[in-house]
Design a protein around this ligand. Structure first.
Ligand SMILES: NC(=O)c1ccc[n+]([C@@H]2O[C@H](COP(=O)([O-])OP(=O)(O)OC[C@H]3O[C@@H](n4cnc5c(N)ncnc54)[C@H](O)[C@@H]3O)[C@@H](O)[C@H]2O)c1
Length: 369
């Protein structure tokens, strides 16, 4: 039996990213992923824009509605995808829970859950109360390359201590949160942090009222130390992680489109020295079809008879990676509501300290940017 799916928000991630791309190679939107994946059946879309509704119906042969109430009066989805702008996520989720008969089995919400922590917590609580599994579309976590790195880290194939640098651009929350959430998956929860520089404000299209900082910050995750550095989006987009281990170097490049491992080895000319292998091992990734992989993982999480994934997602208090997670006992890669909330809580704590630090900077000296 397929899982009936409704998508709310038919913008870039909802439908637009891959409209002009070859479906055999690229699956970058919810509409394409849930229309192609055999475990789901795309029933309808919802968008306030008539143009987007028409495009959706034309492209996917499904009805599109101007408001959620009209859609849920006709359709009874097991899965609802929230892909409206972030400030509307919480209201949209509340509407889904209030109007669906029966309530859906799961909601896949776009990242971040909300800009407001109170809203994000409310979303988790409401889903837990109604028994709805909540997942958040930090899609890199469903990628085979990322999961392989997590396996190597958990099994100590990539050995500690771990220390790294993460470059991000276009806002700490907006883009940096993808890498922060990923590092949380690899290295466990944030234990403490120190702000190096509070950075400049960055205005995103969706959060113009709440321009966010782009700090340089040192973060101690449970299993490693990372320095986040803000790159300048106006020069070029930059999302990378370089992780130094006791036995080599991992490079997560171009936002994950290239993943390389260089093992430590004896220098060929000077055997007293240990250097990095000249030829890196390429760890394959599936980022060209990232939304397909999310659908794939979602299907298995929802099919999981033992309910492990759903239970994990529904535990609103469980905001960190299981400490003893070993090779056979790892948390689901798919990002749960609780994992996404942990990302938000950590990043908000950093941004609050940045705001206080920026005040001091303005009073004392000019920021270096
Ligand atoms: N996971 C990712 O990599 C990723 C990438 C892009 C965007 N996002 C997130 O996805 C969300 C949407 O971003 P986007 O870039 O696709 O935005 P967008 O502006 O391109 O699309 C949003 C769509 O929602 C529609 N909409 C707005 N209010 C609505 C309402 N009340 N009811 C129905 N439709 C409504 C708009 O008409 C628009 O078509 C944001 O939360 C964003 O942060 C995530």
């Amino acid at each position: 039996m397929t899982l009936k799916t409704v998508i709310v928000g038919l913008g870039r991630i909802g439908m637009g990213y891959d409209l002009a791309l070859d479906p055999a190679r690229h699956v970058l939107s919810h509409a394409r992923a849930f229309s192609l994946h055999p475990r789901f059946s795309l029933q309808a879309g919802v968008d306030s824009s008539a143009v987007r509704r028409d495009t959706f119906s034309l492209h996917y042969g499904c009805p599109a509605y101007a408001d959620l109430g009209a859609a849920l009066a006709v359709h009874h989805p097991e899965l609802v995808v929230i892909a409206v702008p972030t400030p509307q996520h919480c209201a949209c989720l509340q509407q889904i829970l209030a109007l669906s008969r029966p309530t859906p089995q799961a909601i896949l919400c776009e990242k971040p859950l909300a800009y407001d922590l109170h809203d994000a917590k409310k979303m988790l609580t409401l889903c837990a109360t109604k028994g709805v599994a909540l997942y958040v579309n930090y899609m890199r976590r469903s990628d085979a390359g990322v999961i392989e790195i997590e396996r190597r880290l958990s099994s100590a194939e990539i050995g500690g201590p771990l220390k790294g640098v993460c470059w991000y651009s276009k806002g700490f929350q907006h883009n940096g949160s993808h890498l922060f959430n990923l590092l949380q998956y690899w290295l466990g929860p944030m234990m403490e942090f120190g702000v190096i520089d509070p950075g400049r404000p960055w205005s995103t299209e969706q959060a113009e009222a709440a321009a966010e900082a782009e700090p340089d910050v040192r973060v101690s995750f449970r299993h490693g130390e990372i320095v986040f550095l803000a790159a300048r989006e106006e020069a070029f987009s930059h999302s990378t992680i370089e992780l130094l281990a006791s036995n080599g170097r991992l490079r997560y490049e171009q936002g994950g489109k290239l993943i390389e491992w260089q093992a430590a080895c004896r220098d060929r000319l000077l055997p007293a020295y240990t250097t990095l292998a000249v030829e890196p091992e390429i760890i394959p990734n599936g980022l060209e079809r990232y939304q397909w992989h999310v659908a794939e993982q979602l299907a298995s999480a929802l099919d999981d008879e033992a309910g492990n994934a759903s239970a994990y997602a529904a535990l609103s208090g469980q905001a960190e990676k299981a400490p003893e997670a070993g090779a056979g006992n790892r948390p689901p890669a798919l990002c749960s509501g609780a994992d996404a909330l942990a990302t938000l809580l950590s990043m908000h704590a950093i941004l609050e300290r940045c705001a206080a630090g920026a005040g001091r900077t303005a009073a004392g000296k000019e920021s270096r940017r």
